[in-house]
Design a protein around this ligand. Structure first.
Ligand SMILES: *Cc1c(COP(=O)(O)O)cnc(C)c1O
Length: 423
């Protein structure tokens, strides 16, 4: 497609955008009375306008039914979470029974380690990417220490090559093969939070499983952003948060994936609680745990219905739009953003480079070689909400559900004015 850096062209793209009506489903913050250009959907997605009514419904049921709401609310609370599994399974490419919603991301990663990180004799090492998201680093380091191991020795971090901004699949696979029988687990962020790279999850999963290791993925930046086929890729487990691309609300619940080969198994170690035992016999209050035949067996507590409510509202939007249409628009809008950035760089000799590789979702990470921070502030004061990462990177994520092509064009004009103003 031949892009043009003009308002008319951007508007024409919006007119032919099949998902254009979804923009009006969201609340946009305002700066100087105008709706912002929102690039931070990879950090906290916008609020769907329909979300409050889902929360209100729970509050109303609580007011009018109290404890009876567990079974007699319009959407009964005792199986409320099950409504999320089907739409979520479509988003991550899983069977519904392989997906569940519970707790929050880092908590779930720890819980999944109980089942999938079981160091045994000489098989104890974990492979992850260098400079993983800090919470994942802390999680892995503390798991290793919990097992009496030294993270410096047992945690193998895949490096980028000198001078490169991305990881190479062949380097990951080579390290997996080299670690071989010592490798217990591969756990990587499927889409890297910093450079926006999408890892080759299929190839890496195959490599890890081939040497007898478990392979899990942190999908915080992947869920709702890129096409996933967790079941077909034969991934062992995964977890993701829902407040980024999935727009469920700040700090909201996490999704997990557990491959069906681990469901209905008696011999899998797992921390257990009453919400993981069979619904049919749960309220008999027996002392014997009977695991639910789905990933729900990993549930501990009865979930916060007030947080699942806006999550359900947001998943309905994904159901309606569908991942294929989202991915199609994502490729176009991200391509257009890249085009606009390059056009502006030429017009005003902008001193920056895009460090996101071609394998990407909607995020572009832009490395500034001059005064990135002051430019970032300029953008913010002029209605562009992006995200700053040390030492000099601005992350731009045009979420396809609510960002428009006109946003990309307008952003380019603001960026240009910011660069010229400083020069
Ligand atoms: C956003 C993010 C988290 C956040 O973890 P929480 O437990 O939800 O606070 C963790 N890991 C990665 C890779 C992330 O991108």
């Amino acid at each position: 497609m031949q892009f043009q850096n003009t308002l008319a062209f951007a508007r024409q793209m919006d007119t032919s955008d099949k998902l254009k009506e979804y923009r009006s489903e969201f609340h946009f913050p305002k700066v100087n009375g105008n709706e912002v250009i929102y690039f931070a959907g990879n950090s906290l997605g916008l609020q769907p306008k329909r979300s409050p009514s889902y929360v209100d419904a729970v509050m109303d049921d609580w007011a009018s039914l109290a404890v009876e709401g567990h079974f007699h609310a319009k959407k009964p609370w005792w199986d409320y979470h099950e409504r999320l599994s089907v739409p979520l399974a479509k988003i991550v490419g899983a069977k519904p029974q392989e997906v569940s919603v519970m707790n929050t991301l880092t908590v779930n990663l720890h819980l999944l380690m109980v089942s999938f990180y079981r160091p045994n004799g000489k098989r104890y090492k974990i492979i992850c990417e260098e400079k993983a998201f800090p919470s994942d680093q802390y999680m892995l380091q503390s798991q290793l220490k919990f097992h009496g191991l030294d993270p410096k020795e047992a945690l193998v971090e895949i490096q980028k090559r000198p001078g490169e901004h991305f990881w190479r699949t062949e380097d990951v696979v080579e390290m997996i093969n080299k670690t071989g029988e010592e490798l217990a687990l591969v756990l990587i962020g499927g889409v890297n939070y910093y450079n926006g790279q999408v890892f080759n999850m299929k190839a890496i999963t195959l490599a890890g499983r081939s040497v007898g290791a478990y392979v899990g993925w942190d999908l915080a930046h992947a869920a709702g952003n890129v096409s996933l086929e967790l079941h077909d890729w034969d991934v062992d487990f995964a977890a993701w948060c829902s407040y980024k691309y999935l727009n469920s609300g700040p700090g909201n619940a996490s999704g997990i994936f557990v491959n069906e080969r681990y469901l209905n198994k008696d011999d899998i170690p797992r921390f257990e609680g009453w919400w993981g035992t069979k619904k049919e016999t749960r309220f008999l209050m027996k002392s014997e745990f009977e695991p639910i035949a789905t990933a729900d067996a990993w549930h501990l507590s009865n979930p916060s219905i007030l947080s699942l409510a806006p999550f359900l509202a947001s998943l309905e939007l994904f159901e309606e739009a569908g991942m294929p249409a989202l991915v199609e628009k994502r490729n176009k809008i991200t391509g257009y953003l890249e085009f606009v950035l390059r056009a502006i760089a030429k017009e005003v000799s902008g001193n920056f480079e895009i460090i996101t590789p071609v394998d990407r979702g909607c995020q572009l990470s832009v490395l500034f070689h001059g005064e990135g921070k002051s430019l970032f502030k300029y953008l913010k004061n002029n209605g562009v909400i992006a995200d700053w990462r040390e030492p000099n990177v601005i992350r731009l994520a045009p979420a396809p559900l609510y960002c428009s092509f006109e946003d990309m064009y307008r952003f380019g004009q603001i960026l240009k004015a910011g660069i010229v103003g400083k020069g």
